[in-house]
Design a protein around this ligand. Structure first.
Ligand SMILES: [Ca+2]
Ligand SMILES: [Ca+2]
Length: 132
């Protein structure tokens, strides 16, 4: 009976070193924008401010508020998925762990990334297109 459990464990392969270093690179480059070693709400706040500035949306405009809501909900989702100890900060460890979980889900037949992640990636690429 104990053998079944060890078989399950064998299937849960850890992420490869390559994949891990890629994830950590993304963590540092695209998420931890104020470079304090963790992802927090203020990192998302920076992206949001930046997006609004680029588009010329004033802080009291409807677009500004929409963007603020969007980034707040992305952060809330990330927090739910990744912030295991609920200290309002996502560490590199928690980040990699979340991706291990995500990879498992994707391999298990689920077809898509979570919606918040898709949204963030979309915003991210939009920003980087413009800064060139
Ligand atoms: Ca940070
Ligand atoms: Ca945490």
């Amino acid at each position: 009976m104990g053998q079944d459990i060890s078989k399950i464990k064998e299937n849960n392969e850890p992420l490869s070193e390559f994949r891990k270093s890629k994830l950590l690179y993304e963590f540092n480059t695209f998420y931890d924008l104020n470079k304090d070693g963790v992802i927090t709400e203020s990192d998302f706040f920076m992206v949001q401010e930046y997006v609004c500035k680029l588009n010329g949306w004033a802080p009291d405009s409807e677009k500004f508020e929409m963007t603020q809501d969007l980034f707040r909900s992305i952060w809330n989702s990330l927090q739910t998925e990744a912030d295991e100890d609920k200290d309002d900060a996502v560490t590199a460890d928690e980040w990699v762990k979340m991706w291990e979980q995500l990879d498992k889900t994707l391999r298990g037949g689920s077809s898509a990334l979570p919606e918040w992640l898709t949204t963030y990636l979309w915003c991210r690429f939009n920003i980087y297109d413009r800064t060139e």
